[in-house]
Design a protein around this ligand. Sequence first.
Ligand code: NAP
Ligand code: F7E
Length: 326
Amino acid sequence: MTRTALITGISGQDGAYLARLLLDKSYRVVGLAPRRGSDMFWRLRTLGVADDVRIEYADLNDAASVQRIVAREQPQEFYNLAAQSFVGTSWEQPVHTGLIGGIGVTHCLEAIRQTSPHTRFYQASTSEMFGKIQAPKQSETTPFYPRSPYGVAKLYGHWITINYRESFGLHASSGILFNHESPLRGVEFVTRKISLAAARIKLGLQDKLFLGNLDARRDWGFAGDYVDAMWRMLQQEAPDDYVVATGVAHSVRDFCEAAFSHLGLDYQRYVEVDPQFLRPAEVDVLLGDPAKAQARLGWSPQTNLKTLVTMMVDADLQRLQSPAAA
Ligand code: NAP
Ligand code: F7E
């Protein structure tokens, strides 16, 4: 029997990688997306799967639209990846961020509870919930301390997922994923901002790169590896929560050094700090402990930082040199 998987946030980075993974496993993939302007699905096209995904227009803030699709599709699996996911913007649009990252999750869970209770649910939780870290290495048992409206919204989404699991017996799991990047990452996030700028500077299209806190440290992995962990969570007999991370942290400065040196450039000549990119409350360091995911899911990261940086910089260089291929 063909399994159907429903993915919200299908037009985002993880939506594209997850769609490809599930299609490779012969799932029928239904993607939920709010209707926006043109070129919404460039990531699906880049991975060559745009024609294989059935798109349904729905907004997480429009509960009826989510419920209608869940009731009709009766999917075996539901991956909730939709969010206003840029931390910086969450201070500019805190209510919007909260409605999608918090209340929107409840809309998904209610749709499942009321119309398709057999559906297995994945919630995209985040290391941002650890914020001001309460342990040097964060695991499933580390207390949370979010530092942005985004982190606070996601904490609601995380706990409502656990609550529906405990209250109604739903197969609802939460992946606490640390930063994961790729050539499909949005340009507002620091890794892609750096890879794109390094490529532009190499080609003489840009002189400088302005960044905020160069000393922030993150546990960066590859999105292609991380969507596999999501899928593995929903194949478990019992639902649970898992940290997904590499267990290695680097600074923004390290990322700059790696990206520019890959192109034979010294980042110190090009990177400058601009206070406009500093945040009202910073998360200084995040470092995950993926031991539980390794032991229970048999998952481990396959891509180290050097490989990730190379992949991202080379993709940006190629896109700039032959834009039609992007
Ligand atoms: P992303 O590229 O920003 O994708 C988020 C998706 O959500 C976009 O397709 C976006 O569509 C959609 N969306 C926004 N508002 C919506 C709404 N009201 N209704 C329906 N869809 C809406 O993020 P990502 O990197 O793929 O991350 C996927 C999920 O994992 C997000 O929930 C994110 O918060 C979480 N997460 C990400 C990371 C990471 O490092 N990437 C780590 C931990 C957790 P538009 O672009 O059209 O707005
Ligand atoms: O920032 C610093 C910034 O925006 C990383 C999202 O996917 O991962 C992501 O959130 C660090 C921060 O990602 C600039 O202050 C310095 O310390 O790439 P980012 P993020 O905030 O960690 C988590 C896990 C998610 O869940 C989120 O959805 O880099 N930084 N200078 C900068 N950041 C940006 N964006 N731009 C700069 O110029």
